[in-house]
Design a protein around this ligand. Structure first.
Ligand code: NAD
Length: 260
């Protein structure tokens, strides 16, 4: 329970990797604020479960395309829970289509949610962390922060941007007890991956099985999906005092994908 007394805010944590982060941080004693969209009853169930684990837990419906909402979310976390001591920029969406026909609105939405929201989150949270001389900032990047795949122009661009933002923020906060890192998973079986299968089938003219085995797992030498819990365990480690000198790093957890 090394995070007792700390507060963590995780964006995009109503499902998938974000929810795994929230649960893993709560299991170590952190009070958490979750965020994202989805079925209200399901979200309330998760919030109540987190509250039962580590004390008061909050839910924010802030839309990561809206800078004002992000600042208000961080302020509410500060006022009602304290901190935030740990922030994880995790909300993300995907769209799979060739550049020629890629809808401009989709490009703007993906850049806003997958990249700009991390900047706004940092801008709102860093002053509170500087006051306490302690902070952990983590973003969920992706193997696509290091390499590209066709038909994912906005996503690959946003995730490469997270890599640069991480390094810059790490340098700016290095003397304040704050570390800034990102985690780059390969394919993790979550709704985000499941939802892109139909578009990938269409874009590449493949069956569902072909997309799973020949596209998704093709690049992962272990031939296995990463689990959300494995990603969350790395984030928990980055919050430990032992990780105080790890900053500006981009950690792959991708079954060997980017080693090739
Ligand atoms: P997911 O679809 O399960 O979760 C996405 C979360 O983001 C949800 O909670 C959703 O409600 C939230 N969200 C979406 N739009 C939002 C908005 N405008 N404002 C606030 N919240 C919003 O997906 P996931 O796979 O758990 O993805 C989480 C992160 O991990 C993303 O940044 C994604 O790019 C990254 N990632 C996922 C994989 C993978 O294979 N699943 C691999 C590498 C990186």
């Amino acid at each position: 329970m090394f995070l007792k007394g700390k507060t963590a805010l995780v964006t995009g944590s109503t499902s998938g990797i974000g929810l795994a982060y929230a649960k893993a941080l709560a299991a170590e004693g952190a009070q958490v604020m979750i965020n994202g969209f989805g079925d209200a009853a399901a979200i309330e169930k998760e919030r109540a479960g987190l509250e039962a684990t580590s004390g008061k837990a909050l839910y924010s419906d802030a839309d990561m395309t809206k800078p004002d909402a992000i600042h208000a979310m961080v302020r509410r976390c500060h006022d009602e829970l304290g901190g935030p001591d740990i922030v994880i920029a995790n909300a993300g969406v995907q769209h799979v289509e060739p550049i020629d026909t890629f809808p401009v609105a989709k490009w703007d939405q993906i850049i806003a949610i997958n990249l700009s929201s991390a900047f706004h989150l940092m801008q709102a949270a860093i002053p509170f962390m500087k006051e306490k001389k302690w902070g952990r900032i983590i973003s969920t990047a992706s193997a696509h922060s290091k390499v590209a795949s066709p038909f994912k122009s906005a996503y690959v661009t946003a995730k490469h941007g997270i890599d640069g933002l991480t390094k810059t923020a790490a340098l700016e906060t290095a003397t304040f007890g704050i570390t800034v890192n990102c985690i780059s998973p390969g394919y993790v079986w979550t709704p985000l991956v499941e939802n892109q299968i139909p578009d990938t089938m269409k874009a590449r003219g493949l069956t569902r099985e072909q997309v799973i085995n020949d596209v998704l797992l093709d690049g992962q030498p272990t031939k296995q999906f990463v689990t959300a819990e494995q990603v969350a365990a790395l984030a928990v480690f980055l919050c430990r005092d032992e990780a105080a000198q790890i900053t500006g790093s981009n950690y792959s957890i991708d079954g060997g994908w980017t080693a090739e």
